[in-house]
Design a protein around this ligand. Structure first.
Ligand SMILES: O=C(O)CCC(=O)C(=O)O
Ligand SMILES: [Fe+2]
Length: 361
């Protein structure tokens, strides 16, 4: 592993150290420190739109892989109207449970052990909390381990808990299976965008994958806190696996928070800000958040597909039409500028981040 990378971090930004929520709950399950109690208007509401969850599109990857045109059209509608879909028949059925077990084994380690993989002051990789940039911001009910996983030369082993026997093997297998699913989705998106099938892949220049492993402790007052505050992802797409029995992820659809009810074994995929820009806003990067519950902790695993630093975020020319869809995104932003901008500010919903990519800002 190159020492340069170890010393300099990813160059994306950093996050301030805060206590482990898992330890706060372990010490006293009744204690919810003030810093985690959201302002009244930001708290999750009990009113529940779970009926709408039934309409979130389901995409069959095996049909996409067979060139099924109807399924490809479903993918188009999913990215335009929802920005979120659940993928079935992806053939990751062995890799997913192994990955979940290894992640659970990590969070089961004693705090002193986990701290050996703590984020360095200049990096977002490692064990810690996400997007903490100011001493007085409200915090999320979440601990995480973030690792760059692909390509292999991006890995920084000092953050990898290799004392867990299965960890590296599970992540290796999971990362490459998720890459296979990603490639299939990108092929289809390229065709939908009127391009050659390798177009979206090439737009990334040096495509990378980073995996955020989230641990959300249970919370005696789920009405006061959020597992993850509303945000959109600074990826091209994100592929998430979660627990089959707990509904926690919510997406903002037509102004309402809608829970994504898990389909056992499915992978939840969402459009990130980068694909929104490439598609000139035709595909939507949707705000989402996660809530907690009183009874059970929850693990989720989010694989972010990330372009190289030098990748340009210009809209693809086939998505721009002076009459029907004039260009609304800038032609002069590189990924590194964008990621630095987003990580430097508090994670406060989608608008602020995506605005940076739009014309006239
Ligand atoms: O845990 C979840 O369901 C959402 C996680 C998420 O949005 C993220 O890690 O970016
Ligand atoms: Fe997210």
């Amino acid at each position: 592993m190159g020492t340069m990378q170890e010393d300099e971090g990813l160059g994306y930004g950093s996050s301030l150290p805060v206590p482990s929520v898992q330890e706060i709950v372990r010490a006293d399950p009744k204690n919810i420190p003030e810093k985690y109690i959201k302002d009244v208007e930001d708290r999750p509401k009990a009113s529940d739109n779970s009926q709408l969850s039934l309409h979130i599109p389901i995409i069959d990857l095996s049909l996409l892989a067979n060139g099924d045109v109807a399924e490809r059209r479903k993918l188009d509608v999913a990215c335009k109207e929802w920005g979120f879909f659940q993928v079935i028949n992806h053939k990751c059925d062995e890799a997913i449970p192994k990955m979940k077990e290894s992640v659970a084994a990590f969070f089961d380690l004693p705090l002193t052990e986990k701290k050996k993989y703590a984020m360095a002051a200049n990096d977002i990789q490692g064990y810690g909390q996400g997007y903490v940039v100011s001493e007085d911001q409200k915090l999320d009910w979440n601990d995480l381990l973030f690792l760059m996983t692909l390509p292999c030369n991006m890995r920084n082993v000092k953050y990898w808990p290799l004392t867990i026997p299965s960890f590296k093997e599970s992540v290796d297998e999971y990362a490459s299976e998720i890459q296979r699913v990603t490639d299939e989705i990108f092929k289809n998106l390229s065709l939908l965008m009127g391009k050659e099938e390798n177009c979206v892949k090439e737009l990334h220049k040096d495509m990378k994958q980073g995996i955020r492993m989230n641990y959300y402790p249970n919370c005696i007052r789920p009405d006061l806190v959020l597992g993850v505050s509303p945000h959109s992802d600074a990826s091209s797409i994100t592929l998430l696996v979660q627990e089959d029995e707990i509904t926690a992820l919510q997406i903002k659809h037509k102004g309402e928070w809608i829970p994504v009810r898990p389909i056992p074994n499915a992978i939840v995929v969402n459009v990130g800000d980068v694909l929104e820009a490439w598609s000139n806003g035709i595909y939507k990067s949707i705000e989402h958040r996660a809530v907690t519950n009183e009874e059970r902790s929850r693990i989720s695993i989010a694989a972010f597909v990330i372009p190289g630093n030098e990748a340009e975020l210009n809209p693809v020319e086939t998505m721009v039409d002076d009459d029907r869809s004039p260009r609304i995104y800038r032609n002069d932003v590189k990924y590194i500028d964008y990621i630095r901008y987003t990580l430097a500010k508090k994670m406060d919903g989608k608008l602020a981040n995506i605005e940076y990519l739009k014309l006239g800002t």
